[in-house]
Design a protein around this ligand. Structure first.
Ligand code: ATP
Length: 445
């Protein structure tokens, strides 16, 4: 994890937030390559969940919803973690994660392991961030920053049903920020207080819910494999009845083997009719499906839910590689070409050669219209290749002496380091083809 954190910072993917003020724990800002990486992951999710399908529509709901939403959803009452305080060192820990927490004293131990440790009984602590709406701060103006995007979908169920004229099975997908006042954050982006969730609620006729639940586990697992995560680092773990929420008819975590061990990357849950029934009760608006011949029922809901942050960590960890090439060490991010922040680098071999620069700039201007490409004429060519390897750029096109006489360029492959020559006029089509090809990580299964 330390290598990933340090590379992310060195290359400007992710910075600790508010650093000039001493930092704010577990809050991060994304630099240029981090933004490009996030855009790609978000777009690949949206393609798979919405654009490539006929049965899912998109939604973008508000962050601050009517406070009753969170009463109906059960969050006001039950979205809590059990906390203990240490009366000696004044630190606060999650009672169910003591083995993952560090006591404030040295040498570092778990809370409760020193004889001086004096832990309180566990108390429930709500994870929602509170705020007030309007100029007067009273209980009537209390509101919450959403801790998940799902509820914004449920409260729009009727709108989508009527206006998008859908009938089950159909889904509503949403991407947006969620906020949780996590008590044991840490592990880089894995557990942060604000994160971008990608959730989809799939509404199905009740008798079909188990089939769709299995279907979505398979689909989501397939998405990770499609974008290059190694099969051996992924597994599906089904929750036992004691671990599931009371309304859940089945919950599975798609887990990734992070440096902190196997942990939840994405959750897939069969939520039954809990959410629509509760919102019907609390809002008195009937949330049900009524068919053309009068049949009516409350659909059951299958929910795949993940955050961009957990995908980023999994993808960076999976892609990170170090190898020695010609007695030199190189660090390379073997990201899927459709995930990599920069698709191609355009490099004039000699930065002072006007002919090379002009051809390189023309190629760059042509490619940048449709893709994220980078022009780099700064430093020795070897150093430029290494810089691109570190940010995971799959291909580099080099404009050299020969280009000036025959209008060909070399393309260098990030993973195999193979180089081939091709006509400069064919680069755009070559890149289109290369992105269409199946890609598999050279790190194995
Ligand atoms: P955990 O048990 O790890 O706290 P959770 O079961 O509470 O997670 P869900 O409520 O199911 O998580 O949220 C759905 C998804 O949102 C998770 O699978 C994860 O990808 C993501 N997620 C949840 N909390 C965080 C967080 N604090 N930081 C980053 N991503 C998160």
């Amino acid at each position: 994890m330390d290598q990933i954190v340090s590379l992310s910072r060195r290359r400007g993917f992710v910075f600790p937030s508010s650093e000039i003020y001493g930092g704010l724990g577990s809050t991060y800002d994304y630099g240029h390559y981090g933004v490009l990486l996030k855009n790609n992951i978000r777009q690949r999710w949206f393609e798979a969940m919405v654009l490539e399908r006929d049965d899912i529509v998109a939604l973008d709901s508000a962050v601050i919803l009517h406070p009753r939403v969170w009463e109906a959803s059960g969050h006001v009452e039950g979205f809590t973690d059990p906390l203990v305080d240490c009366r000696t060192c004044k630190l606060r820990f999650r009672a169910d994660k003591l083995e993952d927490s560090q006591c404030g004293r040295k040498p570092s131990k778990h809370p409760g392991e020193f004889s001086e440790c004096d832990l309180t009984e566990p108390r429930q602590f709500n994870l929602m961030f509170q705020t007030t709406v309007g100029p007067v701060e009273d209980s009537g103006s209390r509101a919450f920053l959403r801790p998940e995007t799902a509820q914004g979908i449920f409260i729009n169920f009727k709108n989508v049903l009527q206006i998008a004229r859908r009938r089950p099975p159909f889904g509503i997908a949403q991407i947006g920020r969620s906020f949780r006042n996590e008590i044991t954050p840490g592990n880089f982006l894995f557990r942060v207080r604000e994160f971008e969730q990608m959730e989809m609620e799939f509404f199905v006729p009740p008798p079909d819910s188990d089939r769709w639940y299995r279907y979505w586990i398979d689909q989501r697992l397939g998405w990770y494999l499609r974008y290059g995560l190694r099969r051996s680092r992924l597994r599906v773990r089904e929750h036992g009845p004691e671990e599931r929420s009371h309304y859940s008819r089945g919950t599975s975590d798609i887990e990734y083997e992070y440096p902190i061990g196997w942990s939840e990357l994405e959750g897939v849950a069969n939520r039954g009719d809990f959410d629509l029934t509760r919102h019907t009760e609390y809002s008195t608006t009937k949330l049900e499906y009524v068919g053309p011949d009068g049949e009516r029922y409350v659909p059951h809901v299958i929910e795949p839910a993940v955050s961009l942050e957990r995908i980023i960590v999994a993808m960076l960890v999976d892609a990170y590689d170090e190898e020695v090439v010609g007695e030199r060490e190189r660090t390379v991010l073997r990201l899927h070409p459709e995930i990599a922040p920069v698709t191609a680098a355009i490099l004039p071999l000699i930065a002072k050669d006007e002919g090379m620069v002009s051809k390189a700039r023309t190629l760059y201007e042509e490619l940048r219209k449709r893709r994220s490409v980078e022009y780099d004429d700064n430093g020795a060519i070897g150093r430029r290749y290494r810089r691109q390897d570190e940010i995971g750029t799959p291909w580099a096109f080099t404009i050299d002496e020969q280009t000036l006489s025959d209008d060909t360029v070399t393309v260098r492959d990030r993973d195999s380091l193979a180089q081939e020559r091709l006509p400069i006029g064919g680069v755009r089509a070559w890149l289109d083809d290369a992105l269409e090809r199946d890609w598999k990580t050279p790190k194995g299964d």
